[in-house]
Design a protein around this ligand. Structure first.
Ligand SMILES: Cc1cc2nc3c(=O)[nH]c(=O)nc-3n(C[C@H](O)[C@H](O)[C@H](O)COP(=O)(O)O)c2cc1C
Length: 274
């Protein structure tokens, strides 16, 4: 018997993932399984109450130790937005999205709420603030999608950390995790196929023995959405006869991003060796 999420699981993973039984019907889970990043938006503005609701939902995300180390900047000013968008011209949706938020890890507030000598510039402080901001980002994404909006995170801002820090007037121990474009989608977009659970889900202990299965995933994904004509850095790596997700991601990972980030954090009060 086909189970209720058969179509959605096939859309997400490229095959009908076995749930081990019939799971209960839930329209929101269907929507999550079909979710997708959107990079083209209609001109329709995001109504103020909708934007505030998305932010309120984002700030409802779980928070490590209730430290509440996520902060959000609404970039409402057109000039401010254009300054950010100019840093990433190959991602024009940063400028064209009707609304734009920046999710910050905020390890500063914990030090400022007290006269106690709280030292939150350690790896733990940085990591906790990053996780809080990431959870808020994803909660915003799911809330926005539930309300019919499309979103796209923009972490490439961190590749221009000095300028972003200046534009947003970020003080010590406050750093961007990612921006978030929001708007009503102008196109359907596409579902990005995920690695099969046998690769990403381990039982009782870590086991990467299923890595060979990734080759099948590459083929499955290629059959739906080929990257053959969008090969990265062919001048360096050549043109591959078969160009799947693995090759694409390996090439991407070869050109390190965020080169100045560690030094920037260090200059702003973080000592990640502690
Ligand atoms: C933390 C984070 C940062 C991202 N940064 C960017 C970015 O800078 N530019 C962009 O176009 N997409 C960005 N994305 C979107 C990813 O490319 C996208 O989530 C991924 O391709 C999977 O697609 P899906 O979200 O549609 O499933 C980011 C996503 C995350 C979670």
């Amino acid at each position: 018997m086909t189970q209720p999420y058969s179509d959605e699981l096939t859309a997400r993973f490229g095959f009908d993932v076995d749930l081990g039984g019939t799971a209960e019907e839930n329209p929101w889970i269907r929507q999550v399984l079909l979710r997708r990043t959107q990079r083209r938006y209609s001109d329709r503005p995001v109504p103020e109450p909708v934007l505030r609701l998305v932010i309120a939902a984002a700030l409802s995300a779980s928070s490590k130790s209730d430290y509440q180390q996520a902060s959000v900047i609404r970039v409402d000013d057109r000039g401010q937005r254009e300054r950010l968008a100019a840093l990433v011209p190959d991602m024009p949706w940063t400028g064209t999205a009707p609304a734009f938020l920046v999710f910050l890890g905020d390890a500063r507030r914990l030090e400022r709420i007290t006269s106690h000598p709280v030292k939150n510039g350690t790896l733990e402080g940085f990591f906790n603030a990053t996780v809080d901001a990431a959870l808020a980002l994803q909660t915003a994404t799911l809330a926005a999608e539930t309300l019919g909006l499309g979103t796209c995170p923009i972490s490439v801002l961190r590749n221009h950390i000095e300028k972003v820090g200046d534009i947003l007037a970020l003080p010590d121990k406050v750093f961007p995790v990612a921006g978030l474009c929001l708007g009503y989608p102008a196109q359907q977009g596409f579902i990005s196929m995920r690695l099969p659970p046998e690769v990403t889900v381990h039982r009782d202990r870590y086991d990467d023995g299923a890595t060979a299965v990734v080759a099948h995933y590459d083929r499955r994904r290629d059959a739906r959405h080929s990257l053959k004509d969008r090969q990265k850095s062919p001048d360096i790596f050549g043109t591959a006869e078969f160009y799947g997700w693995s090759e694409d991601k390996a090439r991407q990972a070869m050109s390190a991003e965020g080169a100045g980030f560690a030094a920037w954090l260090k200059a702003r009060g973080f000592d990640l060796t502690k």
